[in-house]
Design a protein around this ligand. Sequence first.
Ligand SMILES: [Fe+2]
Length: 356
Amino acid sequence: MKHLIRLSLLFVLLLAVTRPVSAVVFVHLSDTHINVTGKGRFSQESIPTLRRAVAAIRIIKPAFVIVTGDITEYGDEASMAAYWAEIEKVGVPVHTVQGNHDKPRKPERFNRVVGATHPVFDIEGCRFIGLNLDLADEALALLKEQLADAKAKGIRSVFTFAHYPLLAPDNAAFNLSPGCASLQGERALRYLALAQEGGIVAHFCGHLHSSYDVADPYTGILSLPVPGCVDHKGAFRVCSVTDGVLSWSVFDGSTWPLAILESVPPHVRSGTAFLEGKVSLQLLAFGPEPVLEATLGGVGRDVLPPVVCTTAGRAFEGTLDCTQLKSNFYNLRAHLVDAAGNASDRTWRVLVKGGK
Ligand SMILES: [Fe+2]
């Protein structure tokens, strides 16, 4: 009862008919390893898994897609062309960088078939800088230029995307075990110095083929590798940027509906971003059918009473009153049910600076 009285004050979940004006929704995909050579690894599954991802992305309708390398297994022209033929079916701009499997030190074929070596674009006050880090000196020079230009133009939110992560498992100082490389040594320090000065929020990447979301402990810059598309059922990351705050959900298209908790940065290892005061929550749902019910609550010791929306839609708003919570980690869970009866749960771990 005490829980109910205390916690019923915490959430008021109201239906909102539109998403926040400032939100940008995009998809981060990686490691498709397309192989149409008829031999070797991924020759059977690479095209079907990419098609699965593309079908899901078409339902989400993001503003754009970034792809962080290893688009092919062998870097051959036929596989690059097959990659592009499939990925362009998402129907929105796609910005791709090369990975170590894409012959990254010789970008001419990639340039001819896919696009620029270091793609850069602006959208809704954000700048995205794609880097081929196998050409590290060139990439870091371009990064320096782009950050200076962004600063001159008053662009506040800058993101980078490349194949290699900034940090990888079992190592927090860039000295990596074989086969698990990240941006290393002096080049990592150069990146981080530029990134810190330029206010980079996050670095999207692949290469690890698994999740290892982590913040650089010295600069706070997020390193966000997404699970490999080819070996995780076409998985990808759906992201939103709202007023400079990045949020995301990783998804493989197997259970609709999907949701992002906009405006709320998920906690990652070594991350220090926290929520305090009264926080506006924006729950944005995606799926082939409209969402009829959305419940937002807590998981674990601090169970929050569910609040259900009963009107069809895909954007919901609520308020989290952190002043009624203790400083701690909380798992916020959304439960969604769509018009076809499909149900799914999504959970975000957040750090709260409470008032108790
Ligand atoms: Fe890969």
